[in-house]
Each structure stands twice: as C-alpha cells, then as structure tokens.
Design a protein around this ligand. Structure first.
Ligand SMILES: [Zn+2]
Length: 304
C-alpha cells in the first residue's frame, strides 16, 4: 500500500504563533491532514477536509462562528477530489472513506464521493444526527445530507497497542483499523494504517500541536490549548487518551508514527518522507523538527 499525505484545508485563526507555535504574522496556520491510501484496485480516503460545495457556498454549510473563529481559507485545488484527480486517479476509484469524526473541518468532502462507503464509529454518527449541546454547530447537516452508504461500528473489544480498536472494517483489509479515541467528540477515533513494517496512526484531533506529544509533559500553544478545551465533549477523557498517545509516541521501540490533523509541521515532515523506504518511528518523528514548514501545501494560500 502506498500512502499519500494530503492537506485538504487551511485554517488561519487569529493568534499567530499562539495557535501554531511558529507563524510570525497575526494568524496561525492549521492543516487538514488527510490520507489517501492506494489499494490494489481502489483508493481509501482517511477524512476529507473541506469539499467542493464548501468552496462554493461556505456560509450555507459551515457555521459563521467557526468560519470566522478559524478564519477558514477555501481553495478548490485543496479539496480531496481535485487532489485525487491531480494524482492521476478517477474520483470513482475512491471506494471507501474512513472518518476519524464528523466535525465540519473533516467531513466537508464526503459529498464529493457519494458512492463511497463511509466507515465511522456509531457513537459519532449518532452525535452528528442528534446535534445537541453547546457545540452543536460543529456538525453540519448540509455536509452530511444525502449520504447513504454509512458503515458504523461499536466497540468490538479488540486491543491494539493499548487502545480499543475495530480490526475488521467491512470490505477493507486488516491493515486499516479504527482506534477508539473519544473525548474531542463522542465517537472520535484514530485510524491506523500499516505502512511497511510499521504503522501510521492518524490521531486526528486527539492533540493539535506536536509538542503535546514529543515532550515529557504536554506543551501546547495557548490558542490551541483553549480551542481543544472549547471543543472537547469530555476534556478529561481527551487528556487521558492524549497521555496514552504520548507514551506511544515517545516509546523508543515503537514502530508507529503518530500524527494529528492540524499540525502543519508534522504534515510537511511526513510529506517529505513519502515514497521513501524509511523507518517509521520514532526516527521519522525526530526529523519533523528539521522539516521546513514553508514547503507544505497550504502555505502559499495562507494570508500573512
Ligand atoms: Zn479538526
């Protein structure tokens, strides 16, 4: 399997380095890190970021609160559909989409692949349908409207590196797993993908900044810290899962490369390693610090 690291969205929240830890201007730069996995005869997407319809009519699909709080930059070329085409594939080749959760910044591209089976935790689909609580506008009914090919999962009790995981996703090989990581949302999950003799673990919004993982104690820029607290349905559980991920991340014997959705430096480092025969972790992670974030897609679109 070959794995592509795509950036399917760019958010530039006010706060600069207080949000991302590196921007020098007034706004920060956050990625929407998605995966495109090449199978023998089809493609699998992990999350979709923002889609074509979000670009066309953002105010109809994304809450005004989040459009402005996150200062979302929408570019057609960044959508998963256009990036699949740019890689030389047909959109129809995307047969499965595995979702970490259904927040507006992850699910916007689902309708661009209406034929695909969408794999998600049952608790997450229920929460999106219910849309209750103070953070209800995180889920966009417009983005989820008309989608029919849902495949949902409860906890099946299987273990994977200390986490509960769903090992058998319908129609997919056992080297793609949903790893339960609730806290940010009710059915929030990571997605593990076997990569050579190691694994990639897309930990989605379990953390926002790499220093929450690569330091002995959690270190996080103030803005990203406040945003996580604002968005978590169970902040204690969010932190509990985060500290277990940190152990995995920092384990010198681990062959698992852990990364999140919104850290542009992590994304740039993993894109730099794409297609190479490489040690997966932790060596790959140490190299992230040296990565030049200005090379990551999204930087050219960012407003300084
Ligand atoms: Zn997110």
């Amino acid at each position: 399997m070959r794995v592509h690291h795509l950036n399917c969205g760019l958010m530039c929240p006010p706060g600069g380095r207080l949000f991302d830890g590196f921007s020098r201007g007034a706004v920060g730069r956050l990625a929407c890190h998605c995966l495109l996995v090449e199978m023998d005869d089809s493609l699998v997407l992990v999350d979709t970021g923002f889609g074509l319809k979000d670009v066309e009519a953002p105010h109809r699909r994304i809450s005004t609160f989040f459009l402005y709080l996150d200062n979302i930059q929408l570019e057609e070329e960044m959508t998963a559909l256009r990036q699949v085409e740019a890689l030389g594939y047909r959109p129809r080749d995307v047969q499965h989409i595995v979702m970490t959760h259904l927040d507006f910044d992850h699910a916007g591209g689902l309708q661009d692949f209406p034929w695909a089976r969408i794999h998600v935790m049952e608790a997450e689909l229920e929460a999106a349908a219910r849309r209750s609580g103070p953070r209800e506008s995180r889920y966009s009914p417009e983005q989820l409207k008309g989608l029919r090919h849902w495949v949902t999962y409860g906890q099946d009790g299987a273990r994977w590196n200390g986490f509960r995981a769903v090992r058998a996703l319908e129609g997919l090989p056992p080297d793609i797993l949903l790893v339960s990581l609730p806290g940010h949302t009710e059915g929030h999950a990571g997605v593990a993908v076997q990569d050579g003799d190691g694994w990639l673990l897309h930990a989605a919004d379990s953390y926002f900044h790499r220093h929450e993982m690569d330091r002995p104690e959690r270190e996080c820029p103030l803005g990203a810290r406040a945003y996580q607290r604002l968005m978590a349905v169970d902040f204690d559980l969010h932190l509990e899962n985060q500290s277990r991920l940190r152990e995995l991340y920092r384990d010198p014997h681990s062959r698992i490369a852990v990364f999140c959705t919104h850290d542009l430096v992590e994304l740039a480092a993993l894109q730099g390693l794409e297609g190479r025969s490489r040690p997966v972790a932790p060596q790959a992670q140490r190299r992230r610090e040296e990565a030049a974030p200005s090379k990551a897609p999204g930087f050219s679109q960012a407003r300084q």
